[in-house]
Structure formats: structure tokens, C-alpha cells
Design a protein. Structure first.
Length: 215
């Protein structure tokens, strides 16, 4: 059971008040001592649950290892009625076991000074009701297996593949300010395609991001 510290209001023995709680052999601190001597916090264990089932808030005050740790045994809901700001001085990791949904009613802006890498294990859809712009300062490449289209900042456009088929229901026009060469002897492709193993390479890159978690 629990042991408590009892005081009396104005020294009146008929008006006891509990001012604190102390641990004993039957009711130990939630974090082991003396290893966790620099830790303090709050823990609310799940009714009829095990020792591992609890909502908890813990502070680590050890120099060089300071930490705020929060655990929700099941769901966690946060409601913010005005603005919210996050500032991270180092790195940030975000892991979601199931689905994730982001909804923004106004505009969204993302700015990255370095590179951006997005890996998708299955299909991916980008759709815009109005104008959709892809822009690059030097080179824009669209690749899939044995095919590739490359747009360079100097105005050179290159396409490579095994076969091609252009079809339009109306008229078609090809206009060039210089000569138009067809079936030129000795011509070489202006770019390269990743090859037939491209799908496998992408899948391997996706799986590599989850290997460390054992999933």
C-alpha cells in the first residue's frame, strides 16, 4: 500500500490533511533507483493493466542527457486554439506505423536548404485542380526503367527509350529553326535511362529506410 505524510491544519488533530506521499518496499518509484536518481515525473498506471501499461511524463536532469519523455498508453490528443511553433536544434525523426493524414485549409509552404528525398513503396499521386509547375534550375529528368526524358536549362531536350508512339486526334506540327534529322546514321542518345532494374532499386531504397526498426 501507499504511505502518506499527514499534517494537521493549525495543529488541530481533528483536521488532518495529507501533504505528501512516500515510497516503501510495496510501493516503489516508477523508475528504478539509484540508476534513475536524476529522473522525476508522473505516471498513471492503467487500471487492471500490467506494470508496463501507463500514461507517463518524465524529466531527465542528468547533465548532458537532459530529456523530456512523454508516453500515451493508447491515444494522445492535442488541441491548440491559436498558433503552434516547433523549433528543433538538431535532427528530427518521424515514424508512423499506420496511415497519416495532413489537412491544410489555407496555403502550405515547405522550404529546404539541402536536398529532398521521397521514397514510396507503392503508387504515388500528385494532382492539382489548377496549374501544376515542375521547375529546375539546371536539369529536369523523368525516368522509368529503359525510358528517360531530360530537359536541360540550356534548352536541350533529350528522350531515350526502346520504342515510342505519338498519337493525336487533330493536326500535328513539328517546327524547327534549323534542320530536322530523321534516322541519322551514327546518332547517339542525348541522355541515359536507369535500366530494367530501376523498379527493384527503388524498392530496395524504400525497404532500407525501415530495416533499422526491424520492420
Amino acid at each position: 500500500g501507499d504511505e502518506v505524510v499527514v499534517d494537521f491544519i493549525n495543529g488541530d488533530p481533528d483536521r488532518p490533511i495529507i501533504t505528501g506521499r512516500v515510497y516503501n518496499d510495496a510501493s516503489m518509484p516508477p523508475w528504478a533507483l539509484p540508476a534513475a536518481a536524476t529522473q522525476m515525473g508522473f505516471m498513471s498506471r492503467t487500471k487492471d493493466g500490467s506494470v508496463d501499461n501507463a500514461n507517463a511524463l518524465r524529466f531527465e536532469d542528468k547533465a548532458g542527457a537532459e530529456q523530456v519523455w512523454i508516453q500515451a498508453e493508447r491515444n494522445m490528443d492535442t488541441s491548440i486554439k491559436n498558433d503552434e511553433t516547433h523549433s528543433v536544434g538538431g535532427e528530427r525523426s518521424h515514424y508512423v506505423k499506420k496511415n497519416e493524414l495532413h489537412r491544410v485549409e489555407a496555403n502550405q509552404i515547405q522550404a529546404v536548404k539541402g536536398g529532398t528525398e521521397i521514397l514510396t513503396g507503392k503508387g504515388k499521386l500528385d494532382a492539382a485542380v489548377e496549374q501544376y509547375v515542375l521547375a529546375s534550375g539546371t536539369k529536369l529528368r523523368l525516368v522509368s526503367g529503359e525510358s528517360a526524358i531530360e530537359l536541360n536549362a540550356n534548352g536541350k531536350i533529350s528522350l531515350i527509350g526502346k520504342e515510342f508512339n505519338f498519337f493525336v486526334e487533330g493536326d500535328g506540327h513539328i517546327t524547327t529553326g534549323g534542320k530536322l534529322h530523321l534516322n541519322t546514321s551514327g546518332a547517339k542518345p542525348g541522355t541515359t535511362a536507369p535500366g530494367a532494374g530501376h523498379k527493384g532499386d527503388i524498392d530496395a531504397a524504400v525497404q532500407a529506410k525501415f530495416t533499422a526498426k526491424g520492420d
